[in-house]
Structure formats: structure tokens, C-alpha cells
Design a protein. Structure first.
Lengths: 257, 115
């Protein structure tokens, strides 16, 4: 899937199987990704597990788990909140039944959005920097903190998936079953949803060409909406290719604007 | 379970009060109500803690002795007493305030979508 890290690095990764996004003293988030089409290393998320760790008098440990076609509005123990009935320092809010839930952890100033679009899940998290960085050395595998390992990257090392379009797309018999997006039609389709031609737009094009699944257009659109709702710095909402200083690992050329 | 913090804050609020000056009763009751609020917020975590139960009884006795009403203003001189420990924003705000700054805590964003 496409990953936007805490440092605003944008990557497209394989990361098939279960991977930790966050693993600090307050929160653990793990995702499971599965291949989307035969012949491509592209994967998408079909399971999300979130553990809100016990915190003083504010809440007991609460575990949330969503899988494709089962996006509950409750923790695995059946409750919808943590902490005392009055304070509700941790709450799940269902925005769209079975499609979109929000988790508000007041005691750690953290908000999590989980959505299902098509057959796959999306995730967006806002967390105080002081808490996000509160982890032990042994908890170093966190995709949100360090990004994906280089060996797990699908993009060209610069976050740029468009550059490899046409080179990495699967050429299997399943191609014929797709609606048949060309680069031009995918561009048009994505532009309808996302007028700004930023990295979210390019991800949309990549996903359409990779899978032919129009649901990924909506996923890219809502991912951008989540950024606008949760990212604290408006000037960084959009990420554009160009001469920038925010290239991951000292390489590449993405800039935020 | 943080009951000691409640007690420390109460002592800090009342240590400078002088029973000979006007307004002592009012200020003492405010501090007691803040202390009571603080103990209520720790009630779950402290349910098996003898110090906590002693504090709750002590507060009740003192409120009776001083004729303090249960409802009314609470001391706000020390933000630690009045802040909600389960609200990170008030927590972080108090911490920043003590540091002499009013800037909000900085937040980070992470997102995952698509294929």
C-alpha cells in the first residue's frame, strides 16, 4: 500500500503479511497486507489491529480489530469506550456503518480513522510527537516512524510510482478481465476525484492501472480527506514531485506544499 | 495510582493559607473540593489503595468540619489539581504552561491506503 510516514515521507511498499505501523509505549498498530492481483508485488490491507495500552486511571487495555467486510464499531471485548463511563477517555465513533469508524483516545491526544473502500482497508492516525517517539530501542520496526525497508519498496526509491508505471504492471491473463484503464483514462478518472495532481493523485493512477479497481480512486480521495482532517500542517497536506528537501533516506525529490 | 499527587497538590494549595486572614474558609473549601475531584478521578485505579480511602475519608471529615459545600468553585492556582489527567490536551497545555510557553503540543500524521 501507499504509506505516508510521520516524517511526511511517501512510499509505496510491498510489505506482504503482518507489519507493525506503530509500536510505542501507548499504542500498537499492526496491518496485514495481501497481494491484489496475480503477477504484481502490489499489496493492499485487509486487516488492522490496534492496541490501546492500559494507561493509569484513564483506560484498561483495549484492542480493536478490523478485517475486510468486518469493520466493527466496538473493541474486541464488545465495549465501545474505555475509561469510566463519565470520562470516556477512549471512544469509538461509527461514522458509516461497516465502512468508517473513528477512534478518539483523549488521554493520549490520538485520533485514528479506519475505513473500508472496496475490498481493502485504509488507516489514518494523528498522534502527539512526544508520545509517538516514546518507544524502546527494541521497538524499531515501525513503518510510520522509519518507513518501509528498502527491500520492501515498490516505488523507485523516491516515492515515485508513476515513473515505473508500465514497467511493473502485471502482464498476466487476468489483465483481460480488467476494465482496461489506460494511463490516459486512469488520469481522467482520478482527476475527477482529485483535482490537485499530487502524490495522492499519482497513487490513484497507479492503483487503477495495477488493479483496474475503481474503489482505489475513492480510497485515494478519502486518504487525502483524512490528511486534511488530521494532519496538523496545512502547508504539508499535498506532496508534489519536484526539487524538495523531504526526500526519504537522503534520496529522491519529493517536496511538500 | 496518583493519590499521592492529589495530596501533594492539596498541600501545595493550602500551605500558604493563613487561618487568621479573611477568606481563609473560602479558599480552604476550594482546595478541598479540588482535592475531592482529584481523588474521584483516581478512584478506579486506587480502589484497593488504603492511602486513597484514607484521603477520601479525611476530605469528607474536613469538609464537614469547615462547613464546605460539595458544589462550588475549586482552586485553580495549580493547573495539576484541576486538569483532567485523561485529557492529553489539558495535560500538555499545563506542561507547556509551566515551561513558560503556550504553544500546543506538536502532532504527527501517518496514513496507509491503496495498493
Amino acid at each position: 500500500p501507499h504509506l505516508r510516514t510521520f516524517k511526511d515521507h511517501f512510499q509505496t511498499c510491498k510489505v506482504e503479511g503482518a507489519w507493525p505501523l506503530i509500536d510505542n509505549n501507548y499504542l500498537s498498530v499492526q496491518v496485514t497486507n495481501v497481494p491484489v492481483v496475480p503477477g504484481s508485488s502490489a499489496t493492499a490491507t485487509n486487516k488492522i489491529t490496534i492496541i490501546f495500552k492500559a494507561h493509569h486511571e484513564c483506560t484498561d487495555q483495549k484492542v480493536y480489530q478490523a478485517v475486510t467486510d468486518d469493520l466493527p464499531a466496538a473493541f474486541v471485548d464488545g465495549t465501545t469506550s474505555g475509561g469510566d463511563g463519565d470520562t470516556k477517555s477512549l471512544q469509538i465513533v461509527e461514522r458509516e456503518s461497516g465502512r468508517y469508524v473513528e477512534m478518539h483516545a483523549r488521554y493520549i491526544g490520538t485520533t485514528v480513522f479506519v475505513r473500508q473502500l472496496g475490498h481493502y482497508l485504509t488507516l489514518a492516525i494523528r498522534m502527539p510527537e512526544a508520545l509517538a517517539m516514546a518507544y524502546e530501542e527494541s521497538q524499531d520496526l515501525q513503518l510510520c516512524v522509519n518507513g518501509c525497508p528498502l527491500s520492501e519498496r515498490i516505488d523507485d526509491g523516491q516515492g515515485q510510482v508513476s515513473a515505473i508505471l508500465g514497467h511493473s504492471l502485471p502482464r498476466t491473463s487476468s489483465v483481460q478481465a480488467w476494465p482496461g484503464y489506460t494511463l490516459a483514462t486512469a488520469n481522467t478518472r482520478c482527476h475527477e476525484k482529485m483535482p490537485v495532481k499530487d502524490i495522492y493523485f499519482q497513487s490513484c493512477v497507479f492503483d487503477l492501472l495495477t488493479t483496474g479497481d475503481a474503489n482505489f480512486t475513492a480510497a485515494a480521495r478519502s486518504a487525502l480527506e483524512d490528511v486534511e482532517a488530521l494532519h496538523p500542517r496545512k502547508e504539508r497536506w499535498h506532496i508534489f514531485p519536484g526539487s524538495g528537501s523531504r526526500a526519504p533516506r537522503g534520496r529522491g525529490a519529493w517536496s511538500v506544499s | 495510582c496518583r493519590i499521592q499527587k492529589c495530596t501533594t497538590d492539596f498541600v501545595a494549595l493550602t500551605s500558604h493559607l493563613n487561618s487568621a486572614i479573611d477568606g481563609f474558609d473560602s479558599e480552604f473549601c476550594k482546595a478541598l473540593r479540588a482535592y475531592a475531584g482529584c481523588t474521584q478521578r483516581t478512584s478506579k485505579a486506587c480502589r484497593g489503595n488504603l492511602v486513597y480511602h484514607s484521603a477520601v475519608l479525611g476530605i469528607s471529615d474536613l469538609m464537614s468540619q469547615r462547613n464546605c459545600s460539595k458544589d462550588g468553585p475549586t482552586s485553580s492556582a495549580n493547573p495539576e489539581v484541576t486538569h483532567d489527567p485523561c485529557n492529553y490536551h489539558s495535560h500538555a497545555g499545563a506542561r507547556e504552561h509551566r515551561g513558560g510557553e503556550h504553544s500546543p503540543p506538536s502532532y504527527l500524521f501517518c496514513g496507509l491506503f491503496g495498493d
